[in-house]
Design a protein around this ligand. Structure first.
Ligand code: SF4
Ligand code: SF4
Length: 444
C-alpha cells in the first residue's frame, strides 16, 4: 500500500491547524517539504515537547513524506531559540543520516503562519489567494509528521498531545485519547486554580474561547494541541465576547492611522491586503462587493487588533466579517498575476513575542515550568465525526457495538474530501448521531 493510502486509512489530518486531510496534501509533487516547527503562538509548548521526546518518529515521518512528494529539500523551520529541541533534532538527523535541514527562524509572531514560514525558508511569497504549492512547497507540522510515521506502523490517529497551561495547579503536557473531555484534561493538570475561568482552545492569538458553562460539551479532537486557563474577567475574554454589532460600532472609532496595515504580516510579504481600508469601508457603510475582495487574503493572525491598533478596535474581526459577506455572495479573490514582492520594511515590523505577551496581559504564564508528562487513561470518549476540513465522516458503528482502539468508526463519504475516524479506546458504543460517537470502556 502506498503512503498516501496508508495516511488516508490512518486518518491523518493537519494536527496544528484546521485539519486539512494529509493524504490529499501528500498527493502532490514539490521542491520543498517544510515542517513548520515554529510554535509561534505565545505560551504553547506541545511541539517543543514532541521535538525533544519523539525526534526519531518526526524525522522518520519527514523522510517518508519527502520521498512521497519527491521533494529536493526537507527542511524543519524551528525558532533558533529552541536550543534543546534543535540539539535533539540535529542529533537524530546525524544518527539516521537523514537528508533533513534545520532552518533557524527568528523569534517573531507569526513565524508559524505557513506563508511566513515559506517566505523565511525560500524567500518566495505565496501569491495572494494561493497556497504554498504554487511556489513549490508543501508545508506540514511536527505532530502531523509523527502521525505519518505511525501510519506506516499501522497506528491510526487516536491520541493527542495537549499542553494544559495557565491557571491550573500542575501545568503539563498530557497525552489523551481523541474524544477526551476538556474536564478530564484539566483534572490531569491538577485542576483549575482560580474560581471563575475560561479556556483558550489553542493559542491566545488565534484560538477559540471556551466558557466554563460550555465545558461539559467540549472534547479533544485531532487538531487540538493546547488548553490555556485564564480568568473569566481577562481582557482576552472580553475581546472574544464582543458581539458583531459591538464590533461594527467600535469600528467607527478608527482614526485611519494605518498601523494595522503597516504591521499586517500578509501585507508585508507583498499581498494587497490593507485592513485600514476595510475599516473605512465599514465605517462609511460601503457596499461589500468585489472591490473589497482583498479581505479574503486575511489569515486571521490578529496582529492588527491585538498588537498594532492604538484604538483597541478590531480590524481582524472587520476583515473576517467582510470576508464572510463576500463568501455568501460567491465572490473570490482573483490575483492579477503580478509579481509579489515583500515590502522593504518587513524585517523591522516583525512582532516580538515578549511584547505581544505583555499586550495580551499573559506575562504571568510565560515560560511556565511544566510538571512531568502524563499519559492519561480515559474510560469514556466522545469522538467527533467532523474534526477536519471537508465533509463530516459517516458513522460506521451503531449503539451496542464492541470496538477496539484503532477500529474505524467513521468513513469518508464516497467521493468527498474528508478523514477516517477511529475508536480511541476499547469499549462499547453507547451513543451515535451524525456528529459524534460515544464509546465507554468496560463493555467490550
Ligand atoms: S488578522 Fe490583521 S494582521 Fe493578520 S492577516 Fe488579517 S488583516 Fe493582516
Ligand atoms: S490601526 Fe486601528 S485606528 Fe489605525 S487604521 Fe487600523 S483599525 Fe483604524
Amino acid at each position: 500500500m502506498d503512503l498516501v493510502e496508508l495516511v488516508r486509512k490512518a486518518g491523518v489530518v493537519g494536527a496544528g491547524g484546521a485539519g486539512f486531510p494529509t493524504h490529499v496534501k501528500l498527493n502532490a509533487e514539490a521542491e520543498y517539504l517544510i515542517i513548520n516547527a515554529a510554535e509561534c503562538e505565545p505560551l504553547l509548548q506541545t511541539d517543543q515537547f514532541l521535538m525533544r521526546e519523539r525526534p526519531a518518529e518526526l524525522i522518520g515521518g519527514i523522510l517518508l513524506a519527502s520521498a512521497q512528494i519527491k521533494a529536493e529539500k526537507a527542511v524543519i523551520a524551528v525558532k533558533g531559540k529552541y536550543g534543546r529541541e534543535i540539539a535533539a533534532l540535529r542529533d537524530t538527523i546525524a544518527r539516521m543520516d537523514a537528508p533533513v535541514e534545520i532552518f533557524e527562524l527568528q523569534n517573531f509572531y507569526p513565524a508559524g503562519d505557513e506563508q511566513m514560514t515559506v517566505y523565511e525558508v525560500t524567500g518566495r511569497s505565496v501569491p495572494p489567494g494561493g497556497i504554498p504549492l504554487n511556489v513549490g512547497c508543501v508545508v506540514s507540522n511536527v505532530a502531523t509528521m509523527i502521525n505519518v510515521f505511525e501510519a506506516t506502523q499501522d497506528i491510526p490517529v487516536t491520541e493527542k498531545y495537549v499542553s494544559v497551561l495557565g491557571d491550573v495547579n500542575e501545568p503539563r503536557v498530557i497525552k489523551v485519547p481523541v474524544g477526551t473531555s476538556f474536564e478530564e484534561c484539566l483534572a490531569a493538570a491538577g485542576g483549575v486554580s482560580i474560581p471563575k475561568f475560561c479556556i483558550i482552545r489553542g493559542g491566545p492569538m488565534m484560538g477559540g474561547m471556551v466558557h466554563e458553562h460550555e465545558l461539559a460539551d467540549m472534547y479533544i479532537t485531532k487538531t487540538d494541541g493546547a488548553l490555556i486557563v485564564i480568568p473569566a474577567d481577562h481582557y482576552l475574554v472580553e475581546r472574544a465576547d464582543e458581539t458583531e454589532i459591538q464590533m461594527l460600532n467600535r469600528a467607527r472609532a478608527c482614526i485611519s492611522c494605518g498601523y494595522c496595515t503597516d504591521q499586517c504580516p500578509r501585507y508585508l510579504i507583498g499581498h494587497p491586503l490593507h485592513p485600514h481600508k476595510m475599516m473605512q469601508a465599514v465605517k462609511y457603510a460601503k457596499e461589500i462587493d468585489e472591490s473589497l475582495s482583498e479581505a479574503l487574503l486575511c489569515c486571521a493572525c490578529g496582529v492588527c487588533e491585538m498588537y498594532a491598533c492604538p484604538m483597541g478596535i478590531s480590524p481582524r474581526q472587520v476583515n473576517l466579517y467582510i470576508a464572510g459577506k463576500l463568501r455568501e455572495k460567491g465572490i473570490r479573490y482573483q490575483h492579477d498575476g503580478s509579481e509579489v514582492i515583500a515590502r522593504e520594511n518587513r524585517e523591522m515590523r516583525k512582532v516580538p513575542p515578549h511584547r505581544l505577551i505583555s499586550r495580551l496581559d499573559l506575562g504571568s504564564y510565560d515560560h511556565q515550568p511544566l510538571k512531568e508528562f502524563r499519559d492519561v487513561a480515559i474510560d469514556k470518549v466522545t469522538v467527533s465525526l467532523w474534526q477536519h476540513i471537508g465533509a463530516p465522516s459517516e458513522a460506521a458503528v451503531k449503539v451496542g457495538d464492541a470496538v477496539v482502539r484503532g477500529q474505524v468508526i467513521g468513513n469518508i463519504p464516497e467521493g468527498k474530501l474528508g478523514s477516517t475516524i477511529h475508536a480511541s479506546i476499547d469499549g462499547q458504543v453507547v451513543a451515535v448521531n451524525e456528529s459524534q460517537v460515544v464509546i465507554a470502556r468496560g463493555h467490550a
